[in-house]
Design a protein around this ligand. Structure first.
Ligand code: SAH
Length: 260
């Protein structure tokens, strides 16, 4: 068996524990038939997934050496194992129907992966992934919590989040410097925001960029001078998703009135 040597620049930490691999793949609920694995590496999750009759699995990895290894090891599934960059792939070309994502993600680009998922939320029904524990906690954090931030708000707007379990460093080769966790995101019912998506993203980002300030101060540039709202006296972490949406909807109305 040829061993692929882990490349740090690609965020490669290969999972070595079959029980954890099974636990991760069993966390994927049969909500969609199509499944995409991001970063199969040496295929520890892939092997479990390919034998599951509930799923039709594709996997994409940016590392040519991993792909060559997997093509040699799993010749019958060659066509399912794709060489490419998840961040650049055209998701809508591969998927016309809702699908699920799974992966032990490259931690250095996990935020970028989540932003792509949000962009494609009409297709991405479920995500089961291992990420840095601290990022998992941020994503799952409720409002009022220190860890509640941009990623929590954006993801919780469209997904129900479950923190499933924590994974220590020792089950990886090479061991990462941080602890890991597995989370599950399931697309919620929200279709329309009620306000302009760009405004919403802008308010959330700008607000959390100065999270200790009240919104009145942090998003000054986004509000008409005479605009008044109780939300302006709050700090961004005090607003839950519905409050953010309500605030942005009201703000949008007032901007419209001003333009008229
Ligand atoms: N699933 C494997 C490997 C996890 S390491 C395991 O659990 O052992 C993360 C994997 O993501 C690596 O194989 C790395 O090559 C791959 N990767 C890194 N950036 C990527 C990208 N932009 N698109 C697809 N795969 C990527």
């Amino acid at each position: 068996m040829s061993i692929v040597k882990a490349k740090k620049s690609l965020g490669q930490h290969f999972l070595r524990d079959q029980n954890i691999a099974r636990k991760i793949t069993e966390s994927l609920l049969p909500m969609t038939y199509e499944v995409l694995e991001i970063g199969p590496g040496m295929g520890i999750l892939t092997r479990h997934l390919l034998t599951n009759p509930d799923f039709s699995v594709h996997a994409i990895d940016i590392d040519r050496e991993s792909i060559e290894y997997l093509h040699a090891e799993l010749p019958e599934d060659r066509e399912r194992i794709l060489y490419g960059d998840f961040l650049k792939m055209d998701i809508t070309e591969l998927y016309k129907e809702p699908f699920s994502i799974i992966g032990n993600l490259p931690y250095n680009i996990s935020s970028q992966i989540f932003f792509r998922i949000i962009e494609n939320r009409h297709l991405v029904k479920q995500v089961v992934c291992m990420i840095q524990k601290e990022v998992a906690e941020r994503i799952a954090a409720p409002h009022g919590n220190k860890s509640y931030g941009i990623l929590s708000v954006f993801l919780q707007t469209f997904y129900d989040i479950e923190y499933l379990f924590t994974v220590g460093e020792k089950v990886f080769d090479p061991p990462p410097k941080v602890k890991s966790a597995v989370i599950r995101l399931t697309r919620n019912e929200r279709q329309e925001l009620g306000c302009d998506e760009k405004l919403f993203f802008n308010v959330v980002k700008t607000g959390f960029n100065q999270r200790r300030k009240t919104l009145r101060n942090s998003i000054r540039g986004l509000i008409p001078p005479e605009y008044e709202s109780d939300f302006l006296n709050m700090r961004p972490e005090q607003l839950n998703i519905d409050s953010f949406l309500q605030f942005c909807t009201e703000l949008q109305e007032s901007r419209k009135i001003r333009k008229e």
